[in-house]
Design a protein around this ligand. Structure first.
Ligand code: NAD
Length: 390
């Protein structure tokens, strides 16, 4: 069971850049960060519009003087205060992540950044160098990775329950963008603009999530891939709203990834199926409390979160906030991740290397890998689906 008494003596003084009123993902950050009282929202540059930032920030209980017009002013002004911020979460459109993250680390802050962390691998590696040199935590918000059943799958695979992994099927294919919704949706509009979104739309927006789950669950790395991508809504070109990727992994396993925004009729369809030599496991984000375990020749078993037959000793599996049978969801997953971010930030500030080494969280390496996926897929797709080394 998640132990709510294991928390910091003082919450980390925390700010957000982006995530303003009406944003898609701002509330998820605030909900995850505040759940266990490990972070306290004390400042922010929440919005591209300064007036809206102040109005929204004060409505959240932030001192109006600490609702800043932009991130540079936020970092400068907070650095001058005795009670200034210690960490920041960045939930702005993709094209701003690199500059804001860089400025945050240089201002001495721990960072939690949205994915994709940057447009290029070189930029992401630069953030890793900066975070390492400045001894700062850099978390990346792969928000589905706080689900206990993801960690159960990881444990099962590492303990050999399905045998050697042979095939990985990944998909995150929703239907919300099957028409030109960007005409009326600011959040969709920037996603279709390469200057703001980056070199890819759907692969970065959703494909990177399930790709990261595959690596986390199996520990396998991609050796080479080939990708084809399309813009079914023509005005979106050169950015794709549908993509298929084939992958070869270093252990000889193979995989496919389908990322789509035009899967009409579908909600998320984020599913991952990992096929080993003797059994398969499958997880679906719309039913995150369950994991299907399918041993060849036996009836399918649906494993349920919170049950004693799971590998409860593994902290990621045991992070139950309520007993099995009750539905935990997206916000619990985010709270689990924010709890880990807090633990590792405190350990970093105190030089507690043992805790750092023993606390898994999606870090800058995860961010770099996601950007590499996008870079390689675009390289392949734009060269007639050529196989490219990862
Ligand atoms: P959005 O368009 O809904 O909201 C963006 C917010 O950032 C708005 O409040 C806007 O005013 C503000 N903003 C824009 N530029 C800014 C700047 N320079 N300074 C301060 N504020 C600024 O976008 P969204 O859908 O919330 O996406 C934001 C980021 O989160 C993207 O990188 C996206 O890929 C990522 N995201 C991640 C997940 C996840 O599951 N981890 C889910 C959705 C979105």
């Amino acid at each position: 069971m998640f132990n709510e008494e294991t928390r910091l003596e003082q919450p980390i003084r925390w700010a957000m850049v982006g995530g303003g009123r009406g944003s898609e993902i701002g509330y998820a950050h605030r909900s995850g960060a505040s759940r266990d009282n490990n972070f306290k929202l004390v400042a922010g540059a929440f919005d591209i519009d300064a007036d809206r930032c102040r109005d929204f920030g004060t409505s959240l209980g932030v001192d109006p003087e600490r609702c800043y017009a932009d991130y540079k002013t936020l970092f400068e002004a907070e650095a001058k205060r005795d009670d200034g911020i210690q960490a920041v979460s960045i939930a702005t459109p993709n094209g701003t992540h690199y500059a804001i993250s860089k400025a945050a680390i240089e201002a001495g802050l721990h960072v939690i950044c949205e994915k994709p962390v940057t447009f290029t691998v070189v930029e992401a590696q630069d953030l890793k160098r900066l975070a390492t040199e400045n001894n700062r935590v850099f978390g990346v918000m792969y928000g589905y990775t706080g689900f206990p059943m993801i960690h159960q799958a990881r444990e099962m695979i590492s303990r050999g329950d399905i045998g050697e992994v042979r095939v990985i099927n990944m998909q995150f294919a929703h239907g919300f963008h099957n028409t030109e919704v960007e005409k009326n949706s600011p959040g969709a509009k920037w996603r279709m603009n390469p200057e703001v979104s980056g070199p890819s739309y759907i692969l970065g927006d959703v494909g990177s999530h399930v790709y990261y789950l595959a690596g986390l669950m199996t520990g396998l790395e991609v050796e080479k891939l080939c990708c084809t991508r399309q813009s079914f809504i023509k005005s979106r070109a050169p950015l794709e709203d549908n993509a298929h990727v084939m992958m070869n992994f270093t252990n000889g396993a193979v995989g496919t990834l389908w990322a789509s925004g035009v899967n009409a009729g579908s909600m998320h369809q984020q599913k991952i199926r990992i096929i080993g030599e003797k059994a398969s496991i499958e997880w679906w984000d719309e039913r995150p409390n369950q994991l299907s375990y399918e041993v060849q020749g036996e009836p399918v078993r649906i494993l349920e979160r919170g049950m004693g037959y799971l590998y409860q000793d593994e902290p990621g599996v045991g992070h139950n906030r309520i007993g099995g049978g009750h539905a935990e969801g997206f916000f619990e997953s985010w709270a689990n991740l924010y709890s880990r971010f807090a633990i590792v930030m405190k350990a970093t500030d105190e030089g507690d290397q043992k805790t750092i080494d023993n606390t898994w969280y999606p870090d800058i390496d995860a961010g770099i890998d996601g950007v590499r996926l996008i870079e390689r897929c675009v390289e392949s797709a734009d060269d007639d689906a050529k196989w490219v080394k990862f």
